[in-house]
Design a protein around this ligand. Structure first.
Ligand code: 5GP
Length: 210
């Protein structure tokens, strides 16, 4: 029994040490700022970062893989996940589809001492802020408003009506920069990615805005 106690103590010590080193980082910013591109670059070049895979009720775009980019679920399954308390946060985005971060994989990765990145919208970022004061909120900003419009139109994946809706959302989202711990300007993707990853190694509680 003494050996078991010793084992449990040691395990707790190791996992709390690991927890202290791990950061939950939220990457948010206006729609079309390039969050997806910066995320993809980090995924490709910094394999040590764990990516949370969100559940969503929206339909897959060409090239998107279920379980990799999102878990594509229907409304009934999303309702069930809310009911069961499976989400760390969730939101209806652009007044259309629902998106949520499954809680368990995030908790497990942090407990294992790994940094976790959430690429979510502003409403989700606020929920994370409210529930976890240790989370680091990073705002990805466009170099200019015109550049943001160019990127949104240029993507060509949304209908004109959807583009208008997203631009409206983007205006509101830009105004929220002050709620974040850090701003990274997305001038070039590799630089922005590097900055986000560098911020992950800033010690806990050393990230408050001065
Ligand atoms: P898209 O449909 O272009 O993949 O994503 C639309 C928006 O939903 C983006 O702003 C993205 O950051 C956000 N989003 C993706 N997953 C989640 C999530 O799990 N929670 C929240 N709150 N927003 C998410």
């Amino acid at each position: 029994r003494a050996r078991l106690r010793e084992f449990l103590r040691e395990r707790a010590r190791l996992s709390s040490k690991a927890r202290g080193a791990a950061r939950l980082v939220v990457l948010a910013g206006p729609t079309a700022v390039g969050k997806g591109t910066v995320s993809a670059y980090i995924r490709e070049n910094y394999p040590e970062v764990v990516f949370s895979v969100s559940a969503t009720t929206r339909k897959p775009r060409p090239g998107e893989v279920d379980g990799v980019h999102y878990y594509f679920v229907d409304d009934a399954e999303f309702d069930r996940m809310i009911e069961a308390g499976e989400f760390l946060e969730w939101a209806t985005v652009h007044n259309m589809s629902r998106y949520g971060t499954p809680r368990a994989p995030v908790r497990d990765a942090l407990a294992a001492g790994r940094n976790v990145l959430l690429e979510i919208d502003l409403q989700g970022a606020r929920q994370v802020r409210a529930n976890d004061p240790d989370a680091l909120l990073v705002f990805l900003a466009p170099p200019t408003w015109d550049e943001l419009v160019r990127r949104l139109i240029g993507r060509g994946t949304e209908s004109p009506e959807e583009q208008r809706r997203r631009l409206e959302t983007a205006k509101v989202e830009l105004a929220a920069e002050g709620e974040f711990d850090r701003t990274v300007v997305n001038t070039t993707v590799p630089e922005a990615a590097r900055e986000v990853v560098d911020l992950m190694s800033v010690p806990l509680r050393a990230h408050a805005r001065e």
